[in-house]
Design a protein around this ligand. Structure first.
Ligand code: NAD
Length: 397
C-alpha cells in the first residue's frame, strides 16, 4: 500500500488516504503536547472522513530522547524519514549546550532547505489580548529562513579573524566608516535575489490560493540599501514578472512597508495586513510581536517549508518549557494548530476546520489551559489532557 505523500511534477501533492506522517515527540513538555495533538487530529480525521482516511503516525527520534536511546541528537534516520515522507511534525527540542552541536531546529531547516518559516497569526474569541480589536489580527508571516544575518557569518572582537576582516575592509575595500575598529565584532548579512524570489513567490502563491489577495513586503531598505533594499526591489520584480495578470486584475494587491513602521501599524491597524513576506531577522521580531497580540507562544503555530520540493515540518513555536514539564498543564494549542496547518497543507481542510471550530467553542466557553484561562473573563483552567479530551468531544458533537 502506498502511504507516501509525493510532490507531483505539476507541483501538486499526491496524498494517499493513509499517509505516513513522521513525528518527533520532543523534549520537556513535548510528549504531553504531542499526545494531545495526535488525539485531536485522529478524532477530526475520523469524523471528517467517516473512517475513510487515517494518518499513520511514525515516530522518529530527535533531541534528548534520541541522545538517550541512540547516543545522537539528530540521527540520520530522522532526517531521512522527513526527506522520504515529505511532511512531518515536531514538538519542541532542547538545544544541546556545548560540544559544537548546532541547534537541532537549524540543522533540520538547513538540511532540507526549508526556506519559508510560515506563521499564521489569528485571534480566537475569548483569548485575552493586549490590543483593542484583536479580531482584526489575521496575518500570515512568510519569514525567509536561510539567509540574512542568521547565516551565522560572524567574528568576535579581538580575534585574529576579526582583525583580518577589518584589514580587508580598510585596505582592500577602502572602508573608513567603522566607528570603533579595534573593539568591533563583525557580521555579514547575505540577502540574494534567488533567496528573495523563492520566498516572495511562495508568499504570493499562498495569498492567491487562500483568497487573501494582499501581500506586503516588509524590509529596512531605507537604511540597508542593497540587502533589505534588494529584498524589496527583487520582490517587486518577481511579482511584476510572474503575477502580472493577478496584479492587473486586482486579485493580488502588493505593497511594501518599512519594518519599524510595520511594527507600529500592526498594533494600530492590523487589518491593513494579510500576508507578509520579510527577511529573516525582521521576520523573527514580527512573528513574536504578532503572536503576543493574540495570546502568545502557547497558542501560535508554525511551519518550516520548502515550497519547491514541498518538504514541510510543522512545529510548536514554544520551547521545551522545562519548568512545567510532566505536570499536565502545558497549553497544547501551538502544536494542535500547527497540525491544522499541516492538514490544510495536504488538502484535508475539512478535518482542519473541525479542529479550529472545536477550539473556538472551547475558548468561548472559557475552557483552556491555565496560561490562557487565567486571563479569560469566564476562564476555567483545565489540564492538558482534559482540554484535549474536551476538544475531541466537541469535534464528535
Ligand atoms: P520556553 O518556550 O520553553 O518557555 C518560556 C516560558 O513560557 C516558560 O515559563 C514556559 O513554562 C512557558 N511556556 C512555553 N510554552 C508554553 C505552553 N505551551 N503552555 C504554557 N506555558 C508555556 O523557552 P525557554 O525556557 O527559553 O527554552 C527552553 C528550551 O527550549 C531551551 O533548550 C531552548 O533552546 C528550547 N527551545 C526550543 C524551541 C523549539 O524546539 N522550537 C523553541 C524555543 C526554545
Amino acid at each position: 500500500m502506498q502511504t507516501k505523500i509525493q510532490n507531483l511534477p505539476d507541483g501538486t501533492l499526491y496524498v494517499p488516504d493513509t499517509p505516513t506522517i513522521p513525528f518527533v515527540e520532543g523534549d520537556g513538555v513535548g510528549p504531553e503536547v504531542t499526545r494531545a495533538m495526535r488525539s485531536v487530529v485522529d478524532q477530526a480525521v475520523k469524523v471528517a472522513y467517516q473512517g475513510q482516511r487515517k494518518i499513520l503516525w511514525k515516530e522518529v527520534l530527535a533531541g534528548g530522547k534520541a541522545y538517550q536511546e541512540q547516543g545522537e541528537w539528530l540521527p540520520e534516520a530522522t532526517i531521512e524519514a522527513f526527506r522520504t515522507y515529505l511532511v512531518g511534525i515536531k514538538g519542541p527540542l532542547t538545544t544541546p549546550i556545548g560540544g559544537g552541536i548546532r541547534s537541532l531546529n537549524v540543522a533540520l531547516r538547513q538540511t532540507l532547505d526549508l526556506y519559508v518559516c510560515q506563521r499564521p497569526v489569528k485571534w480566537y474569541r475569548g483569548v485575552a489580548s493586549p490590543v483593542k480589536k484583536p479580531e482584526h489580527v489575521d496575518i500570515t508571516v512568510f519569514r525567509e529562513n536561510t539567509e540574512d544575518i542568521y547565516a551565522g557569518i560572524e567574528w568576535e572582537a579581538g580575534t585574529p579573524e576579526a582583525e583580518k576582516f577589518l584589514r580587508f575592509l580598510q585596505e582592500e575595500m577602502g572602508v573608513k566608516k567603522v566607528r570603533f575598529p579595534e573593539t568591533s565584532s563583525f557580521g555579514v548579512k547575505p540577502i540574494s535575489r534567488s533567496g528573495t524570489e523563492r520566498l516572495v513567490r511562495a508568499a504570493a502563491s499562498y495569498a492567491l490560493a487562500t483568497g487573501r489577495g494582499r501581500l506586503t513586503l516588509v524590509h529596512k531598505g531605507n537604511i540597508m540599501k542593497f540587502t533589505e533594499g534588494g529584498f524589496k526591489k527583487w520582490g517587486y520584480e518577481v511579482l511584476n514578472r510572474e503575477f502580472e495578470k493577478e496584479i492587473a486584475t486586482g486579485k493580488l494587491i502588493v505593497d511594501d512597508c518599512i519594518a519599524d513602521a510595520f511594527l507600529q501599524n500592526a498594533l494600530l491597524k492590523p487589518e491593513a495586513y494579510s500576508v507578509v513576506a520579510t527577511p529573516n531577522l525582521n521576520g523573527d521580531y514580527i512573528s513574536d510581536m504578532l503572536a503576543a497580540e493574540v495570546g502568545g507562544i502557547g497558542i501560535s503555530p508554525g511551519a518550516n517549508i520548502n515550497y519547491t520540493t514541498r518538504h514541510a515540518i510543522f512545529e510548536a513555536t514554544h520551547g521545551t518549557a522545562p519548568d512545567i514539564a510532566g505536570k499536565d498543564i502545558v497549553n497544547p494549542c501551538s502544536l494542535i494548530l500547527s497540525a491544522v496547518m499541516l492538514l490544510d497543507y495536504i488538502g484535508w481542510s475539512e478535518a482542519a476546520r473541525l479542529i479550529e471550530k472545536a477550539i473556538c467553542t472551547e475558548f468561548a466557553k472559557g475552557n483552556a489551559t491555565a496560561d490562557l484561562a487565567k486571563f479569560m473573563e469566564n476562564g476555567q483552567p483545565m489540564s492538558t489532557s482534559a482540554f484535549a479530551a474536551s476538544v475531541c468531544q466537541e469535534i464528535s458533537e
